[in-house]
Design a protein around this ligand. Structure first.
Ligand SMILES: O=C(O)CCC(=O)C(=O)O
Length: 283
C-alpha cells in the first residue's frame, strides 16, 4: 500500500494489476451485455470523429443493473483512494465504456513509435481543475479509476498517461479567477523537435512526449489524479475494449463541479440519485 501511495505521489497514477477476479470481470461484462440486450436504446452511438465508442453513466445505469454494485467502492482500490483524498471521500460518477474495433489506417507520420496509433486527444479532466487539491499530500482533487474489462496491449485501444508528481502539479501555474485550474496545458510535455501531430482523422494537436501506455490484463485498474494529462490511445484494431470508469472526490467545495457529469450538480445530487442499495449510496 505504501509503495502504491508513494508511486502515485511521484507519478500522479498507479496501476493495480489483477484487481478483479475472473468471476468479477464476468459479472460486470455479462450484466452490461444483458442491459444492452434489454435497453439497446441506451447504447446507441452518437456521431463520432472516425472511431466508435459508446458509454452509459450512473446513476441511470445502476438503476438498470445490479452487476456494478460491487464496483462502486471496490476493495482493491478503496483504501488507496481514501488514503489519497481523505475521510469523507465519495464516489461522484461511474461510466461503462465500449471502444469498438477500428479499421482506419494510421497516418504516415506515426506518433511516438506506436505504429498502430490513430488518435490521441490529450487532456486534463475538467480543464485541469484542482479545487481542494491543496488539502492532501498528493495534490489531488479527484481520482478516476479505469478498470480494464478486456486484456489490453499494444494491439488494441489503451489509456495513456503522462507521469507528473504532486510536487510538479503544485508548482504549475494556475488560474486566479473562478475554479483553481492548471494552465499552460497546451504546451506541456510537447516534443520540441516536432511539436504537432495530425491524427488519422485530420485533427492536429500537440505531440506529447514521456507518455506511459497502460497495457494490462483484464481486471487491472489504472488509478489516477484527474488533473494528470491522459487520453485514450485509439489504435487500428479488430478488438473491442470495455472499461469501467469510476470517479471520486470530496463533496466540498460544492460550487466546483469537478469529477461530476450532467445532470448532477454536486456530489450530494449524485448520491441522492443512486439506488438505495447497501454499499452504493453512502449519504
Ligand atoms: O478511454 C480511455 O482509455 C480514456 C478516456 C479518457 O480520456 C477520459 O476518461 O477522460
Amino acid at each position: 500500500m505504501d509503495d502504491r501511495l508513494s508511486f502515485f505521489k511521484d507519478n500522479g497514477y498507479v496501476v493495480v494489476h489483477d484487481a478483479l477476479t475472473a468471476t468479477e470481470i464476468a459479472t460486470v461484462n455479462d450484466g452490461i451485455d444483458a442491459d444492452r440486450a434489454i435497453h439497446p436504446e441506451h447504447w446507441q452511438m452518437g456521431p463520432r470523429v472516425g472511431f466508435d465508442a459508446v458509454g452509459c453513466d450512473a446513476p441511470d445505469l445502476l438503476h438498470r443493473t445490479l452487476a456494478l454494485d460491487g464496483m462502486v467502492y471496490h476493495p482493491s482500490i478503496w483504501s488507496l483512494v481514501r488514503s489519497i483524498l481523505g475521510e469523507g471521500t465519495l464516489c461522484s460518477g461511474l461510466t461503462f465504456m465500449f471502444r469498438f474495433p477500428c479499421d482506419a489506417d494510421p497516418p504516415e507520420d506515426i506518433d511516438g513509435g506506436d505504429p498502430l496509433c490513430l488518435s490521441r486527444q490529450w487532456h486534463r479532466e475538467d480543464r485541469g481543475n484542482v479545487e481542494g487539491a491543496q488539502e492532501n499530500a498528493y495534490f489531488t482533487s479527484a481520482i478516476q479509476a479505469i478498470y480494464y474489462l478486456d486484456d489490453v496491449d499494444e494491439g488494441c485501444h489503451c489509456t495513456s498517461i503522462i507521469p507528473e508528481s504532486a510536487v510538479t502539479k503544485r508548482s504549475l501555474p494556475k488560474t486566479t479567477e473562478g475554479d483553481v485550474c492548471i494552465t499552460g496545458t497546451e504546451s506541456a510535455y510537447v516534443d520540441p523537435e516536432k511539436p504537432t501531430w495530425m491524427d488519422s482523422f485530420g485533427r492536429e494537436g500537440p505531440r506529447r512526449i514521456g507518455r506511459v501506455d497502460v497495457h494490462a490484463r483484464a481486471g487491472s485498474v489504472l488509478v489516477f489524479n484527474n488533473a494528470s494529462l491522459h487520453c485514450a490511445t485509439i489504435r487500428k484494431t479488430a478488438r473491442l475494449r470495455r472499461a469501467l470508469h469510476v470517479r471520486y472526490r470530496q463533496p466540498e467545495p460544492v460550487r466546483s463541479r469537478h469529477a461530476l457529469k450532467t445532470p448532477c450538480e454536486s456530489v450530494a445530487d449524485f448520491q441522492t440519485a443512486l439506488p438505495d442499495r447497501p454499499g452504493i449510496r453512502r449519504v
